[in-house]
Design a binder for this molecule. Structure first.
Ligand SMILES: Nc1ncnc2c1ncn2[C@@H]1O[C@H](COP(=O)(O)OP(=O)(O)OP(=O)(O)O)[C@@H](O)[C@H]1O
Ligand SMILES: [Mg+2]
Length: 317
């Protein structure tokens, strides 16, 4: 049996909601109604249409979504390579819309690290692995030469590519190049590591090794990691996967391990969530609405601990 909440209950809840701190105040990455419109030959493409996303410090999470859904557009903005048309974006306390050109350069060199899908885009071909990693430290004037090369070797060892230290990119496999690229991205100890399809050009076994390197960065160095991926295996290995659809975050899947009290067996339980924006808008997964034939309008009922959504049962001609 369920009882409907009283007006007093509802008023108390509304008050509690108003007292809640502002959106994203404790997040490392905050995107608030982010919009990016591209205009080519007078035709507008809305790549991001009011995207909301919060990422907490220390997270390792994946972004998934169909081709053209806006993933790379979002990554380019977070990387400081592109600026949004409207909305707000903050990373590690920096406001990505109001940064000066000088701040933006410093941001790209020290606050974020990025790894791209094309292995050739990540490393300079005429430098060895160790020299590629030392370069970002030289550009920011971080430490002395000796310390820079020590750090380069430490990072190579950590990501299990120590044997590549003196090799140039063409002398390494694709997977080794991507792990060296992660080391380059980590050189200046960034708050966030961003990767756009970093395993897209690799076979599944190699992709797994590269993904393991991201996990190592996250677990050993505490770096917050955001990976765009089409790879179901990668998406299934992180605690949180956020889906982007039509330039907005739609649903997310959270995974946690549960240990069976009797057998001691560990199982991973995944649960799907929908984003609720500040205006109360909710995007229901298409599979759900299609399964129940829901469209245009649904019936709602507020229950003490949930909201029930039913297919429209009103009479209509
Ligand atoms: N520089 C640009 N100029 C014009 N349109 C662009 C530009 N960059 C992206 N777009 C458009 O914005 C939309 C989102 O593109 P985006 O590259 O972010 O998608 P994506 O999710 O990364 O796709 P994929 O999985 O194929 O990499 C697409 O319609 C794309 O054509
Ligand atoms: Mg892309």
């Amino acid at each position: 049996m369920t009882t409907n909440p009283t007006l007093t209950d509802l008023a108390a809840r509304a008050q509690a909601a108003r007292n809640r701190p502002t959106y994203g105040h404790d997040a490392l990455i905050t995107c608030d109604r982010l919009v990016r419109i591209f205009t080519t030959d007078g035709i507008e493409v809305q790549a991001l249409q009011g995207l909301d996303l919060l990422v907490r410090e220390g997270e390792l999470m994946a972004l998934v979504g169909a081709s053209g859904s806006g993933k790379s557009t979002l990554m380019n903005i977070l990387a400081g390579l592109d600026t949004p048309t409207a909305g707000a974006a903050r990373v590690a306390g920096r406001d990505l819309l109001s940064m000066t050109a000088k701040d933006r350069l410093a941001y790209r060199r020290a606050t974020v690290g990025f790894v791209w899908q094309q292995t050739s885009r990540n490393l300079l071909p005429y430098l060895t692995a160790a020299q590629n990693i030392a370069l970002p430290m030289q550009l920011t004037g971080r430490g002395r030469r000796r310390r820079q090369s020590e750090r380069a070797l430490e990072l190579l060892e950590l990501l299990e590519v120590g044997d590549c230290r003196d090799r140039r990119p063409h002398q390494m496999s694709g997977g080794q190049q991507q792990r060296v690229a992660i080391a380059v991205a980590l050189a200046n100890d960034p708050a966030v590591l961003l990767a756009d399809e970093p395993t897209g050009e690799l076979d599944s076994h190699t992709a797994e090794q590269v993904f393991a390197a991201f996990r190592t960065a996250n677990e050993q160095l505490g770096t917050t990691v955001v990976i765009v991926t089409h790879d179901q295996a990668v998406a299934g290995e992180v605690r949180r996967t956020v889906a982007i659809r039509d330039g907005r975050t739609s649903t997310e899947v959270l995974r946690r391990s549960e240990v069976d009290e009797v057998t001691g067996d560990e199982t991973v339980v995944a649960r799907e969530y929908a984003m609720l924006d500040r205006a109360g808008r909710l995007q229901l997964p298409a599979e759900y609405t299609e399964a129940l034939g829901m469209r245009d309008r649904v019936a709602l009922e507020l229950e003490p601990d949930h909201i029930a959504i039913w297919p429209d049962d009103s009479e209509h001609e």
